[in-house]
Write a protein that binds this ligand. Structure first.
Ligand code: 5GP
Ligand code: MG
Length: 456
């Protein structure tokens, strides 16, 4: 997962990109970066950590130019290291190319081997670097042809924002796995993973970049091409379940309203006989609102989140994750004591966080805990950019719901069904990728690539 952003032309491009990345911070906390272009020179500033740590007034002022591309990273391929920070910039004799990529490519081993045999030298372990090499290698003069040639070789998921000298480019793969929208601020066009970043800079949402579309933004014009054969749309349903911000619209639809619908459907499908509805903040809050409204059970914020702790899951090592769980959420004893509660969670991935949280809720003297989860059991790894990579790590791939109930330590555990989840979406169900729940992978995944992950 990652957040991507771009703007052109605006004399405050770097500052606006900084603000945009701030709004997209939830999409990745590991590193942040901005590349700008001033008509002659490309400049870059990036670093490990949060947007607010990586940039200061000096670094923003040094990023001169009316075109900017930004990225916040959450590693899915390539380890969490300095050389894997994005945007990735190369300056070569034909010009400057910078990329900010969200998604996972699935044919990278083959492409990389092919290119290394022909003399390419890779600086990172990121699949995104491959896109830059493909662009740099292309002999095509025309940027549209260059982009078509490079992107047509990719398989898997990509939403990208690119700088090709003085052209800002936005593109989505033909399946459209990851979001990317287009906005406008005065005379400038803006590209962003989610609309919350348009809101923060006061840009107006225009539309989503379509699956298989490439948009080229020039100083005073915009062009769009759709050079690839059509493929079945496969937008990531997990963006709606968990990943995106509730105040965003993604794929044209509002995330908060979708999550509330998930909660409503849960109240219908798997009601709970209890005194109140308590969300696990923050991600469980929106489904809990829907659950409470539909079941007419009172909504209580019975667990409070410490907002100075980052997202637990994003930290790459297990040690940090376990530690953070304990300091992040605090149940309110006076609210929960002697109550039977429906605890609402957006998803269960490994089950370890849920187990720790339930233990803490138990310690508050609660009578019964009925856990409701706003999506079906996650059984299959994602090859397209969400960070639940191996089957072994997904608790529901190996264990029954009863087993998970006992492991987590709740009195009852129910998940929303696949149909219940799809029915809550504000888009037709054929539009979605549900591979992590169903194992039905919409895009080709090479044997070698999937073997590692599926068989672990
Ligand atoms: P678990 O109990 O499976 O260890 O953790 C479940 C929690 O992880 C839920 O609260 C859910 O919101 C969160 N979660 C689910 N998927 C992701 C993800 O891809 N990234 C992050 N950061 N958290 C996730
Ligand atoms: Mg959560």
């Amino acid at each position: 997962m990652c957040g991507i952003f771009g703007i052109y032309p605006n004399k405050d491009a770097a500052r606006l990109t900084y603000l945009g990345l701030y709004a997209l911070q939830h999409r990745g906390e590991e590193s942040a970066g901005i590349v700008t272009y001033d008509g002659k020179k490309a400049r870059m500033h990036k670093g490990m950590g949060l947007v607010s740590d990586v940039f200061d007034e000096k670094s923003i002022q040094s990023l001169r130019g009316e075109l900017a591309v930004g990225h916040v990273r959450y590693s899915t391929t390539g380890s969490s290291t300095i050389k894997n920070m994005q945007p990735f910039l190369v300056s070569h004799k034909k010009g400057n190319i910078a990329i900010a990529h969200n998604g996972n490519l699935t044919n990278t081993t083959r492409l990389k081997n092919m290119m290394e045999e022909r003399g390419s030298i890779f600086q990172s372990t990121m699949d995104s670097e491959i896109i830059v090499h493909l662009l740099a290698k292309s002999d095509k003069k025309d940027k549209k042809q260059k982009l078509t040639e490079a992107l047509s070789q990719l398989e898997g998921a990509y939403s990208v924002v690119l700088m090709l000298d003085d052209v800002l480019v936005g593109a989505r793969d033909p399946h459209g796995f990851r979001p990317l929208c287009l906005g406008k601020l005065d005379g400038a066009y803006v590209l962003s993973s989610e609309t919350c970043a348009l809101d923060i800079i006061g840009a107006k949402y225009i539309r989503d970049i379509e699956p298989g579309e490439i948009v080229l933004i020039h100083k005073d014009s915009i062009e769009s091409i759709k050079p690839f054969p059509k493929k079945k749309h496969a937008i990531c349903i997990f963006e709606f379940i968990y990943f995106a911000r509730p105040d965003s619209n993604i794929f044209g639809k509002n995330v908060y309203l979708t999550r509330k619908c998930l909660g409503k459907n849960m109240a219908k499908e798997c009601p709970a006989n209890c005194d109140c509805v308590v969300p696990i903040p923050d991600s469980g809050v929106y489904a809990a609102v829907g659950f409470s409204q539909a079941s007419q059970l009172p909504f209580e914020m019975g667990i409070i989140r410490n907002h100075y702790v980052g997202r637990t899951f994003i930290q790459p090592s297990q040690f940090i994750r376990d530690f953070r769980v304990k300091i992040k959420l605090n149940p309110i004893k006076d609210v929960l004591k002697d109550k039977s509660v429906a605890v609402i969670e957006d998803s269960i991935v490994r089950g370890t966080t849920s187990r720790a949280r339930i233990k803490a809720i138990r310690e508050s003297g609660v009578k019964q805990i009925h856990m409701r989860v706003s999506c079906p059991p996650l059984r299959f790894p994602c090859f397209y950019g969400i960070d639940f990579p191996t089957k072994k790590e997904l608790i529901a791939s190996k264990h029954s719901i009863e087993w998970i109930r006992d492991f987590i330590g709740v009195d009852s555990l129910k998940y929303l069904s696949l149909e219940g989840m799809l029915n809550a979406m504000l888009l037709p169900k054929e539009e979605f990728c549900t591979a992590c729940f169903s194992g039905d992978y919409p895009a080709q995944v090479s044997k070698k690539f999937s073997k590692n992950i599926l068989e672990k």
